[in-house]
Each structure stands twice: as C-alpha cells, then as structure tokens.
Design a protein around this ligand. Structure first.
Ligand code: FES
Length: 105
C-alpha cells in the first residue's frame, strides 16, 4: 500500500529504507514517501481525533487540502502528514483534538 507517484511530492525514486517512530514505536518507511503513506502501510489508520467529539480521522483528501491527516511531527503539531516526506528518525505522534498553533517552548 505504498504511494509510488504522488501529485505533490512527485515520483518516489529512491527506495532507501528508513525508520520513523510512531508514538515511540519504530515503523519501516521509504525515505521521501509521505508520512501518511508509511503509516497506512504499517496498518495505522487513525492519525488524529476531532476536538469536540473525539472522533477518529485519517487520510481524506491525501493532497494537503483538508486537515484530517494532521499529526505532531518532530514536536510540531498540525502537520499535514499526507504531504510531509519521511526522513530517517522522525518522530510522529497521534494528535488529540486541537493543538496550539505554535509548539510550546
Ligand atoms: S488528508 Fe487531507 S490534508 Fe492530508
């Protein structure tokens, strides 16, 4: 279930395997693929919950237009993971409800 061609991130050319950490657990990924794609490939479908009803959200548009895939990436909340390329060692966390617009100091 990998995204090989992405409308925004372009073609996935390099297949270098890397590791990202989802809630502290290692997840195998391909460098440069969208974070959301790596998580979907690992069977992770819920990326955040809504603020009021705490309903699960995952990928919806997959092109960076909605906010369903927002997660905390390397400490930065509200990151659209469908258009965020994977880097080795990045930390990805499920986002519960609304997050502050700027990371806390
Ligand atoms: S799924 Fe819509 S912005 Fe990522």
């Amino acid at each position: 279930m990998r995204v090989i061609e992405h409308p925004i991130l372009d073609e996935l050319k390099d297949q270098k395997k890397v590791t990202l950490y989802y809630n502290g657990e290692p997840v195998e990924a391909v460098e440069g693929e969208p974070v959301a794609a790596a998580l979907m490939n690992a069977g992770i479908r819920v990326f955040r919950t809504t603020a009021k009803r705490h309903e699960p959200r995952g990928i919806f548009c997959a092109i960076g237009r909605c906010t369903d895939c927002m997660m905390i990436v390397d400490g930065i909340p509200n990151t659209r993971t469908c258009v965020t390329p994977v880097r080795d060692g990045m930390r990805v966390e499920k986002q519960e409800g609304l997050a502050p617009l700027k990371p806390q100091a």
